[in-house]
Design a protein around this ligand. Structure first.
Ligand code: HAM
Length: 454
């Protein structure tokens, strides 16, 4: 018994071991293996958005807090709980951007984009910050791809941005995992009437609501509809439906949108409980839900925000857009076992012994790279055996070996790493020989400098 107590004492004194410096909770490194996903996803997005006439924008990582506060809604979770807000040295309140739309609208107004051909079509691929409760797919720094179409109001535009999101998901091999959830939350006037009806309905039922929803009843009653607590779900089922309060204009807009989606062959689920977590939406709202796990796992969402430009001091300007979370895209690509091309794999490892060999190898390595052969050279002082072990670790299919004898004979050895065979090749023929072995189509011959003009 006494022994057991001693063991417990010992266990209590064990401090979890780990390196002294670690990332804060909810943020993580993007390691090389995952960067291959990021690179590929960005490529797909850039390609598809370019095809549709979109241009890329990057707004600053931090903005004045006002840009987000009233625009996203003071009572939304994002503004009330999740913003990283701090004061600069002059006491001005700044916030790390929690989402992209408000910053893009600020930029649209500040840079007088109203003067451009409308609608202005912009996209971004950027990191965002929310003090969210970290869990799978929910981080404090995360990447979004976002699309904003500002300056025109037509349901065909809503249909088109939804279609773009689906094309990207299809290109990435995961469109089948998600269902499009669609709703209209009408104009602000119709929403006001609906909110009053909701408050009426919940009057006297407050004690059945979860604590969070009891508070939301005063501040943001629409959010009661998408609460996941069992009792709240039961009550929400019998709550009045938005469709009864929708104004005629929004009804017509929504009916037209559905017609366009049908025309494009896009399936959707009408979801009268879908409200989104940000206040700037009007009329169309949509999300892409993981069909196997429910709303917690939306991979993306968006909608129309016709009042935002005006709210931020610009002229009355309609707009629509969406954003998708890149970490969630990657998690789903992995789940669906979608692999991306490994562009980082090296073709050739160059191993050498002695200064004379090194002198020969350095220019050869440069020349190989210029010709698109991805090459790593062991330029340290390791033994040949140690260098070949490293070559193995890199997984390079070919190794070029040069020692003093080879320098004297004017040759190099080319070793096939998977089979273990090797041959001597005249030094001046090494480059051509390697190109043949690797295959011209596999070379990385992208020369950005050649693309410049002017
Ligand atoms: P949102 O629904 O707040 O919309 O975020 C869009 C997507 O970003 C989510 O569906 C999710 O994939 C990802 N996301 C959000 N929070 C996190 C997190 N903590 N960790 C990982 N991923 C996350 C917006 O942000 C709107 N600005 C979208 C929009 C653009 N509406 C109109 N235009």
């Amino acid at each position: 018994m006494a022994d057991q107590a001693a063991v417990n004492d010992d266990l209590d004194s064990i401090v979890p071991v780990g390196p002294p410096y670690q990332t804060p909770k909810g943020v993580h490194d993007i390691l090389p293996a995952d960067h291959e996903y990021y690179t590929y996803i960005k490529k797909v997005i850039r390609h598809r958005l370019r095809q549709a006439g979109f241009r890329r924008i990057s707004t600053p990582i931090f903005e004045f807090t006002d840009v987000f506060q009233r625009t996203l809604g003071e009572t939304t979770d994002v503004v009330s709980k999740e913003m990283y807000t701090f004061q600069d040295r002059k006491g001005r309140s700044l916030t790390l951007r929690p989402e992209g739309t408000a910053g893009v609208v600020r930029s649209y107004i500040q840079n007088n984009m109203q003067a451009l051909a409308q609608p202005v079509q912009l996209y971004y691929i950027e990191p965002f910050f929310r003090y969210d409760r970290p869990q799978k797919g929910r981080y404090r720094q995360f990447w979004q791809v976002g699309v904003e179409v500002i300056g025109e109001s037509d349901p065909a535009l809503d249909a088109q941005v939804i279609q773009l999101a689906l094309i990207v998901l299809k290109d990435l091999g995961i469109d089948q995992l998600f269902s499009l959830q669609l709703n209209s939350i009408g104009t602000p006037e119709s929403r006001k009437k609906y909110v009053a009806a909701l408050q009426d309905y919940y009057f006297g039922k407050e004690r059945h609501l979860c604590e969070l929803c009891q508070g939301r009843l005063q501040t943001n009653p629409l959010r009661l509809l998408d609460c996941k607590e069992e009792d709240c779900v039961t009550l929400a089922k019998l709550a009045p439906s938005f469709s009864e309060y929708l104004d005629d204009e929004s009804k017509e807009f929504h009916a037209d949108l559905k017609e366009f989606l049908d025309e494009l062959g896009i399936k959707y689920v009408e979801n009268p409980k879908l409200v989104r977590g940000l206040d700037y939406y009007a009329k169309t709202v949509f999300e892409f839900w993981d069909t196997s796990a429910g709303a917690q796992n939306a991979i993306g969402g968006g909608g129309r925000y016709d009042g935002l430009v005006e709210l931020m001091g610009g002229p009355s300007t309609p707009a629509v857009g969406f954003a998708m979370g890149i970490e969630r895209i990657i998690a789903n690509m992995k789940r669906a076992k979608v692999r991306v091309p490994h562009k980082d794999e090296v073709h050739v490892f160059v191993a050498q012994l002695g200064k004379e060999a090194k002198k020969k190898c350095l220019p050869l390595i440069m020349k190989m790279r210029e010709h698109g052969i991805k090459t790593i050279g062991a330029l340290g002082k390791g033994s040949m055996g140690a260098q070949l072990k490293i070559a193995d670790k890199f997984g390079a299919p070919w190794t070029v070996i040069m020692g003093l004898t080879e320098v004297r004979e004017g040759v190099a050895i080319i070793r096939n790493m998977s089979v273990g065979t090797q041959e001597k090749v005249k030094f001046e023929d090494v480059l051509e020989k390697l190109i043949t072995l690797i295959g011209k189509k596999n070379l990385d011959t992208y020369h950005p400098g050649e693309l410049l003009y002017g």
